[in-house]
Design a protein around this ligand. Structure first.
Ligand code: PLP
Length: 397
């Protein structure tokens, strides 16, 4: 039992003890959807139902066939949702593996060209790739792409549909036409776009597209590489037992895949979040923030807010202490914050180390944004004062 928020009584069979309780905390406001989305209710239901089915989808008996039915229904739903034939969809462990598989399979024997703001999942799988520059708003330079494509042997181009830090949407369909003209292949990382904006492999005209379950409200642990039919027989990165028509070995996580498909079907686009995102932006700009890449077409749920002179990690920690979860431009798996290569590529100079990413989840409310606005305002005033006291900054409230 808790008393008055500061002391409480804890009992065991022998006695009652009066203990000091931590002060009640407001529920955290979660604005880090681009790191991972909250699980959608439909996904939870589908996972629970699939967990009750025991069976390996590769087994021929009835139990195996029941598991296989769930997987194939999920494959059909995902393929229909994102513009591929079911047979052209390869399940993977997530977006990182889908990107790596695409580059391994479609890039073999080709030169690699990647956008300057690609996710590390692509950068790490394409060492030595030529880099396609972006403008001040993070939009890829298609004239530069044409020159790169004209000047060498056939290439694989990797261009993301929407950026994870700024939300900037790339001109992928135009890039696909250029790639066609020069005999290049195009892989699209649609991990942040899927479930938030129109995302269709056929409409984009790309050769392959990566998506990820936990970025659209499904559980972590599954993703998919969707392939154009002409290139759908690919060499595996993980051979194993020949699952996924020999394109990806390993027993698939059936319940996770069921949740992935249910989440994808429940996701529309995220346009309803745009007014909330804009309100968060207005509140931050009123306190001195700069919106990075604000003039580009962007995902409706994402904004990158730089506070000149104040380090991104200090902002993230201050907001976390105030119960608001956001992230810095790029967080390493170690939890340390690196200066964002995305914002650097956009030519933002020191702001690249001073930007936080606010990304609204599918279930965000105006109350979340209001809580963010209050926390941001306090944080900006306090950190500005501290930084200017330390002589590193001139901004004052
Ligand atoms: N691509 C983009 C654009 C991402 O934002 C991420 C994750 O943040 C990934 C790929 C990797 O996806 P996953 O976490 O499913 O491996």
């Amino acid at each position: 039992m808790q008393l008055a928020g500061t002391v409480g009584i804890v009992s065991d069979d022998r006695a009652h003890y009066i203990v000091r309780m931590p002060p009640p905390r407001p529920p955290p406001v979660y604005l880090d959807a681009n790191a991972t989305e909250p699980l959608r209710p439909d996904a939870r239901v589908a996972i629970a139902a699939a967990l009750d089915v025991t069976g390996n989808p590769s087994s021929v008996h009835g139990a195996g066939r029941a598991a296989r039915r769930i997987m194939e229904d999920s494959r059909e739903a995902l393929a229909a949702r994102f513009g591929a034939r079911p047979a052209d969809l390869v399940f993977t462990s997530g977006g990182t593996e889908a990107d790596a598989l695409a580059i391994h399979a479609l890039g073999s024997g080709r030169r690699l060209i990647i956008g300057a703001t690609e996710h590390d999942a692509v950068c790490a799988a394409a060492p030595g790739a030529a880099v396609l520059p972006v403008d001040h708003n993070g939009t890829a330079d298609l004239d530069a792409l044409a020159s790169l494509l004209a000047g060498g042997p056939p290439a694989l181009v990797c261009l993301m549909l929407a950026n994870n830090e700024t939300g900037a949407i790339q001109p992928v369909a135009d890039a696909a036409r250029l790639c066609d003209r020069y005999g290049a292949r195009l892989h699209v990382d649609a991990v942040q776009a899927a479930g938030r904006m129109a995302t269709d492999l056929r409409v984009l005209g790309a050769d392959s597209m990566a998506i990820s379950s936990h970025k659209l409200g499904g559980p972590a642990g599954a993703g998919a590489l969707m392939l154009a039919s002409a290139v759908s027989s690919i060499a595996p990165l993980i051979a194993g037992g020949g699952q996924e028509r020999g394109r990806r070995g390993g027993t698939p996580p059936v319940a996770v895949i069921a949740g992935f498909a249910a989440a994808a079907e429940a996701s529309g686009d995220a346009d309803v979040l745009a007014p909330l995102r804009d309100a968060a932006e207005r509140a931050a700009v009123a306190r001195g923030a700069v919106v990075c890449g604000g003039a580009a077409p962007r995902l409706p749920n994402t904004t990158s807010l730089a506070l000149p002179g104040v380090r991104a990690d200090a902002q993230v920690i201050a907001l976390d202490l105030a119960g608001v979860a956001v992230s810095a431009g790029a967080a390493c798996s170690s939890g340390k914050v690196a200066v964002s290569h995305v914002l650097q590529a956009m030519g933002l100079g020191p702001l690249a180390g001073e930007a936080i990413r606010v990304s609204l989840p599918w279930n965000a409310t105006m109350a979340d944004v209001e809580a963010f606005a209050v926390a941001y305002s306090r944080m900006a005033v306090r950190l500005a004062r501290e930084t200017s006291d330390a002589g590193r900054r001139t901004f004052v409230d």
